[in-house]
Design a protein around this ligand. Structure first.
Ligand SMILES: [Zn+2]
Length: 259
């Protein structure tokens, strides 16, 4: 009999899918192994020891056994369960959205420690944030940075001149901004107000501490969301399911709980 090879890692549960009668397939994001999928056997049984330690969005220490197909989770211990994210519809939806982005933007087995850290930090911030939408925009811009898609926000992509403090244009396919003289060079552009450009630059260069103090109007918040979603759609070549859900929540006019 061969002894299965075991290994340990921290992990955040990005996604959970049911398999068979009581098992789940988990998509995990780890500090040094990148994204990996693993089986949690019997986890849907009420008495499962793994149960609460591998819930969606939980940050845990897991032990896995190598297997020919998907590796198998043999033990798990919660590091942080992010309880406030599970008690409020908005916070849950924001957190599921960032988990979905990490899942969609990464391939299995590619280490990206800064992205792991950003994910864990953002889950912490979302437990407390007053303006979840700004946290999402911060997360998106820093996700782009860690994956090599950072938009150019200082110069016009075509003529290279520094952007003037006037309305400009954002191009998802170019990954940056075009000045009013050059905007017809790209097939699809979105108008970009001066305030939106300022906020994007601020989010791109700042640490999170400054973000929660920022105050923006609902109109500006909507403009930023549309710009970032347009860019994400272009990069992924598809819609993000949980972004649609967030839009629906907004239309229902449900207020997030304030911490
Ligand atoms: Zn230009």
């Amino acid at each position: 009999m061969t002894v299965p090879k075991l290994y340990n890692t921290e992990a955040v549960v990005l996604r959970k899918a049911e398999m068979g009668e009581a098992d789940s397939i988990l998509t995990l994001y780890t500090p040094h192994l990148g994204k990996l999928r693993a089986v949690a056997k019997g986890v849907r049984r009420p008495k499962s020891k793994l149960g609460g330690h591998v819930e969606l969005l939980t940050h845990s220490e897991v032990m896995l056994a190598k297997s020919k197909n998907l590796d198998i989770i043999t033990q798990s211990q919660t590091i942080e369960s992010f309880l406030p994210l599970h008690n409020d519809l908005w916070r849950t939806s924001w957190a599921i959205y960032i988990a979905e982005l990490v899942d969609r933007f990464t391939a299995e087995g590619e280490e990206n420690y800064p992205l792991f850290k950003l994910l864990v930090d953002t889950l912490h911030w979302l437990c407390q944030a007053r303006h979840g939408e700004l946290v999402l925009r911060y997360f998106e811009l820093h996700l782009f940075k860690h994956l090599g898609y950072q938009p150019q926000l200082q110069h016009c992509l075509v003529c290279r001149s520094p952007l003037k403090p006037i309305p400009n244009f954002f191009t998802p396919s170019g990954g940056g901004v075009l000045c009013p003289h050059c905007h017809s060079q790209e097939p699809i552009v979105h108008s970009l107000s001066l305030n939106a450009l300022k906020v994007l630059r601020f989010l791109q260069r700042s640490h999170y501490a400054g973000v929660d103090r920022l105050r923006i109007t609902p109109e500006l918040s909507l403009e930023l969301k549309r710009l970032m979603h347009g860019y994400i759609r272009y990069l992924l070549e598809r819609e993000v399911k949980s972004a649609d859900w967030l839009d629906r929540l907004e239309k229902e006019d449900i207020e997030p709980h304030r911490p």
